[in-house]
Design a protein around this ligand. Structure first.
Ligand code: ZN
Length: 230
């Protein structure tokens, strides 16, 4: 056999090179500029919030919330899903337990987003069952959101938006089934909040305390400020 026939084509390394150059810039520019912050974090973390969101590359929690390293304990997966306790004891359940029991986070935010590929997949699960069986199995943890939305028979883009919003509600309900979360909620040590991030507009809507309506950010801020001064 001719050697050249079995040679794989050389992959384009431009992306990897860009990543390494990015690290180089971080180490020699961003890091020295924030040396005090990074040094203060060297031996421990005390994040105030567990932030659960989608693995989507366009959703960047620290950038959206303008937070610093050390502020957010982040869990990302396909569709910002938290399996109900006992359903699937795995990485996500461990993250929740560790964040609440060991790190004692004071908030958990579940953040869905516009144009979510996972939620599009959930709208047509049979289409992905054959090609992506693992994704399809994972999305079963959001199946109840699909049935809620589809009983209302929404159409077009409204259906996807409704599903994205309902999935956040459902995952908040799943969170409450985790013993660590249930206990911290009962003790008043923890608050849960649902968000939907709009990629195109750079805006976040916040699920109101009634768990029904999504409020514009300004309203959510006002409510929280009023509670703080009450
Ligand atoms: Zn997504």
């Amino acid at each position: 056999m001719n050697d050249s026939a079995i040679q794989k084509p050389e992959p384009d390394r431009a992306d990897l090179l860009q990543l390494l150059q990015g690290v180089n810039e971080f180490t020699h520019k961003a890091f020295p500029e924030n040396r005090e912050l990074f040094e203060s974090l060297a031996n421990g973390q005390a994040p105030h919030t567990l932030f659960v969101t989608c693995a989507d590359s366009r959703v960047v929690p620290e950038r959206i919330t303008q937070t610093q390293p050390g502020d957010l304990f982040v869990c990302r997966n396909i569709g910002n899903i938290i399996p109900a306790y006992g359903e699937m004891l795995g990485g996500v359940s461990a993250v929740v337990e560790y964040a609440v029991s060991a790190l004692k986070v004071r908030q958990i935010v579940v953040c869905g987003h516009s144009d979510c590929g996972a939620m599009k997949g959930l709208m047509a699960p049979q289409a992905i069952a054959e090609t992506m069986p693992t994704v399809a199995a994972w999305l079963r943890n959001a199946e109840a959101a699909r049935s809620v939305v589809f009983t209302r028979k929404p159409e077009g883009p409204a259906a996807l938006t409704a599903l994205i919003e309902e999935n956040v509600r459902l995952q908040l309900a799943h969170l409450r089934t985790h013993p660590s979360v249930a206990a911290a909620l009962a003790n008043g040590q923890l608050a849960l909040q649902g968000w939907v991030y709009n990629i195109e507009r750079g805006e976040v809507e916040v699920l109101g305390q009634n768990g029904l309506d999504y409020l514009p950010l300004e309203d959510a801020i006002q409510q929280l400020q009023a509670e703080a001064t009450a």
